[in-house]
Design a protein around this ligand. Structure first.
Ligand code: BLA
Length: 498
């Protein structure tokens, strides 16, 4: 390992962040198997006021009635958490705690936090209700995220709250909305590299919607025995990530998952300059907000997709009308009309062995190279790419007119439709050098500075606009229409011949 060299990122990807064997020390954990306390965090006895917890019956700490209630709350199927206020036994000093309960490794896991000043129901419900109303009014994804970051900041008091959207499942992401105190640097519009959040963390965040890091300088309370902490609310944090947070000058953080179809689409990420422990109520409010925002985003997407579908269907219907009115032709559909259904720069058609290009012709050499390189999809199936130079290296650097292709084999005899898109260069402002997010320094690895003081400008080259789900669906419909018309024409021709 040399100074200034590149850091081997496999360590990040392989870190088992659900098995780090400790909890944040502002709370204590015990795990119970068949009524007996089996796992404890090293701060449990001190925080809960009972000595000799390990191996003791759980009823020494919490009476049978409350234990039964906690058992009932823990959802065995999903492993999801639930919260209940608990008063410990007289032996333990009859102290009040907020207890979060879930099941893990066949045990009942109780996480104790000193009961905060309990906010009564209206105090917590009223702002949430108003926030939901405002969210509901947002007509676009960015508007909804803007409303969300404002509300989450108001509920929690963090210094910075951003909505961070991933470009793809395990890809880099962009800050698309932000609410931040005046004296912190703004992050809106900045891109962060994919390596900032490794895949195993993203998978965990799909199951567990919220994580609070109360203090990046906390000394972890170790567990007496290994325990799967995937759903734990006190789970201690990856040292890599703690270094990251210190490096950006943050003392505490929280993030809430934003999911789309069960996959992590983005995060609401919060940063504080002071130690911040949110009680279970505020945490639940934030989590609820993440769920509501995810549902609203799904509704907006559904609406946009339906609108795109309707538009395309109308265009296809018009194409079909014109086709049936016209004379019998090898290629019955108007290619310019087809280019309207799926936005593109050119449509390439191979029908009965003849090749024609409509729109911006990338040139004969380029078309030949493309046809030679394209994998042959089975009839009726699609092949697509928005980065041809990466997916088909023989096409790399050939022509800026050829960055994306959506290919459909429409018949059995090599008939082919290919929608083509040219390169669309996008410049991105990165919060760090995207090619070298981690560097080695005199004290070991250093995550390079992040933030608008260290902005790197970089262009993404060789990519086209991505093909949307609607593009793909409409290509299949057009392919079917072409085959349908061909069959109808064939019938007409054979009827004329008899
Ligand atoms: C976790 N990284 C995270 C989390 C965020 C980020 C939000 C979730 C935990 C939290 O809420 O703090 C990154 N935070 C960001 C980004 C923005 C932000 C991109 O505010 C932009 C707005 N991180 C690295 C490297 C490694 C790494 C090189 O940069 C690995 C060596 C690891 N990040 C890492 C790990 C976690 C993480 C392991 C999981 C932490 C945990 O949940 O235990």
């Amino acid at each position: 390992r040399e100074l200034g060299g590149t850091f081997d990122l496999t360590a990040c990807v392989q870190e088992p962040i659900h098995l780090l064997g400790g909890v944040q020390s502002y709370g204590a954990l015990i795990a119970i198997r068949a009524g007996t306390i089996t796992v404890t965090s090293e701060n449990a006895e001190q925080m809960l006021g009972v000595a000799g917890l390990s191996g003791a019956p759980a009823t020494r700490l919490v009476d049978a009635a409350q234990l039964a209630a906690l058992e009932g709350l823990a959802d065995a199927d999903t492993g999801q958490t639930a919260m209940m206020p608990v008063t410990t036994t007289p032996e333990a000093g009859a102290e009040r705690f907020d207890v979060t309960v879930h099941r893990s490794d066949g045990m009942l896991v109780l996480e104790f936090e000193p009961a905060g000043a309990a906010r009564d129901f209206p105090a917590i419900y009223t702002p949430i209700r108003q926030a939901l109303m405002r969210l509901q009014m947002a007509g676009t994804v960015v508007e909804a995220c803007r409303a969300a970051v404002r509300e989450v900041r108001a509920i929690t008091g963090y210094d910075r709250v951003v909505a961070y959207r991933f470009e793809s499942l395990d890809g880099p992401g962009e800050v698309i909305a932000e609410d931040v105190t005046g004296d912190w640097e703004p992050w809106l519009g900045l891109w962060f590299p994919a390596t900032d959040i490794p895949p195993q963390a993203r998978r965990l965040y799909e199951r567990n919607w919220i994580r609070v890091i109360a203090d990046v300088d906390d000394a972890t309370a170790r567990l007496s025995d290994p325990l799967d902490l995937s759903m734990s609310v006190l789970r201690t944090v990856s040292p890599f990530h703690l270094e990251y947070l210190r490096n950006i000058g943050v003392r505490s953080s929280m993030s809430v998952s934003l999911l789309s179809g069960g996959r992590l689409w983005g995060l609401i990420a919060c940063h504080g300059s002071a130690v911040t422990t949110l009680g279970p109520q505020v945490r639940a409010a934030c989590e609820f907000f993440g769920v509501a925002l995810s549902l609203h985003l799904a509704a907006l997407r559904e609406r946009d997709e339906a609108a795109a579908r309707d538009r395309s269907r109308t265009l296809i219907a018009r194409l079909l009308e014109n086709a049936s009115a016209g004379p019998v032709q090898a290629w019955p559909l108007d290619p310019d009309g087809m280019a309207g259904v799926i936005v593109c720069d050119a449509v390439l058609i191979r029908a009965e062995g003849r090749i024609s290009v409509h729109g911006t012709d990338p040139g004969p050499g380029v078309v030949d190279a493309l046809l030679a390189a394209l994998p042959a999809p089975r009839p009726g199936t699609l092949w697509h790419s928005d980065r041809l130079g990466e997916d088909l290296p023989e096409l790399a650097g050939l022509s800026p007119a050829l960055a994306g292709a959506l290919a459909l084999t429409s018949g059995a005899d090599g008939d082919l439709i290919v929608w083509l898109r040219g390169e669309r260069t996008v410049s991105r402002r990165w919060a760090t050098d995207p090619d070298e997010p981690v560097r080695l320094g005199p004290h070991g690895r250093r995550l390079t500075p992040r933030g608008s003081t260290a902005v790197y400008l970089a262009s993404v080259r060789g990519r086209s606009l991505p093909w949307t789900a609607n593009d793909l669906a409409m290509a299949v419909e057009l392919g079917r229409a072409v085959v349908g018309i061909a069959v109808a024409h064939a019938r007409r021709v054979s009827e004329l011949n008899v």
